[in-house]
Write a protein that binds this ligand. Structure first.
Ligand code: CP3
Length: 341
């Protein structure tokens, strides 16, 4: 079967016939087909069933014609493999009942062997590569973003405990980051060996940091992971949400592709990232615009991005669970049609 490698070409800043598109969180609750699968199992059971993961990963490719697939899993799966209890509570999201806030908790974290502890992820990747006609993206959370969940015990708005550890126990914070980093590098290398064709690092909470703290407490670990991934030769995407003020540092991460949220004009970002490819960056809620306005907005974004060395169209963050799938389809079709060269 012929492979659509437009996405990989754009990652490598090579010319493409059109602008490829995928959407962060494209396999998820906005699709009734996902809801149907999810109705029978818990979220964690879904993550640990390769057959079901394959099914929901393929849904946005088959239904919406995305140009890349992203492995169905969660950034917190490897945190569970480090030895922590992980729960997902309906309507509340992830919960770590045993928070990581002191030396004993950091010391007791394991650096898991990914194939032994997360074999279901590697199995999913292998199965997907037999089915897919578009490239498969593997992923992990960035250490800082993962650390916030462990320290806070779940999602947070103010990140009091995280910043408290950063500012009052920096050595402990760095030790935690080193352990998460070692786990993440090994996990992503294993995904590459299993067959992932690009790797994305999600830094959902990087934007809560002052630039000086990002540089001291978060960026060095992203750099370490990207350096560890060099032997795989896969394109690496680094997405720092709310990261416009950190853009110069993100470029310094060593990633091939810089993910952009919607808070920056893509043309302005492209002028700052030099030779790197960019991914983004329409406001996920703009998918609610009426068809003609949505198409016009996409056209403008594509025009703003014409000087990019490579452009992968995406949302500026994950697709919202109440987005009508027909609206996502309008966006995919518009990008394909309006970007033809
Ligand atoms: O992109 C994809 O389609 C692949 C699958 C994927 C999921 N989570 C599935 C998921 C990916 C790439 C993620 C990444 C992830 N997980 C991030 C980084 C991206 C971002 O959104 O900032 C974060 C911070 C998490 C942690 C997480 N997982 C939270 C905070 C939640 C609860 C909030 C929510 O959206 O429900 C999850 C649960 C989750 N992960 C769901 C899905 C489809 C919903 C679970 C369900 O079906 O009930």
């Amino acid at each position: 079967m012929t492979m659509n490698d437009t996405f990989l070409k754009a990652c490598r800043a090579e010319p493409t016939d059109y602008t490829p598109i995928w959407m962060m969180r494209q396999a998820g609750r906005y699709l009734p087909e996902y809801q149907k699968v999810r109705g029978k199992v818990t979220f964690l059971e879904l993550c640990k069933s390769p057959e079901l993961c394959v099914e929901v990963t393929l849904q946005p490719i088959d239904i919406l014609h995305m140009d890349a697939a992203i492995l169905f899993s969660d950034i917190l799966i490897p945190m569970e493999a480090m030895g922590l209890r992980l729960e997902f509570h309906e309507g509340k999201g992830p919960v770590f009942p045993d928070t990581v806030r002191d030396k004993a908790a950091v010391d007791s974290l394991m650096i898991p062997e990914p194939n032994e502890t997360m074999g279901f992820v590697m199995e999913t990747i292998k199965l997907l590569r037999k089915e897919l006609k578009v490239p498969l993206i593997g992923f992990a959370g960035a250490p800082f973003t993962c650390a916030t969940y462990l320290i806070e015990g779940g999602s947070s708005k103010v990140f009091w405990e995280t910043k408290k550890m950063m500012f009052t126990a920096p050595e402990l914070f760095h030790k935690l980051m080193q352990k998460i980093t070692a786990c993440t590098s090994a996990y992503l290398v294993a995904q590459a060996h299993a067959g992932a064709q690009a790797l994305q690092i999600f830094d959902s909470w990087a934007g809560i940091l002052a630039p000086c703290d990002f540089r001291e407490f978060a960026l060095p670990y992203v750099k370490r992971i990207i350096a560890d991934l060099q032997p795989t030769k896969l394109p690496i995407i680094y997405f720092a949400n709310n990261g416009a003020t950190l853009l110069d540092y993100s470029v310094d991460s060593g990633a091939d592709v810089i993910g952009l949220d919607w808070r920056i004009n893509i043309g302005d970002a492209i002028r700052r990232v030099g030779n790197k490819a960019v991914q983004g960056n329409i406001d996920p809620f703009a998918l609610l615009l009426p068809k003609d306005k949505l198409r016009a907005r996409i056209k403008r974004l594509l025009e703003d991005a014409t000087d990019a060395k490579g452009h992968i169209f995406n949302l500026g963050h994950g697709i919202h669970q109440f987005t009508p799938p027909e609206q996502a389809k309008i966006a995919v079709d518009a990008v394909h049609e309006l970007s033809q060269r």
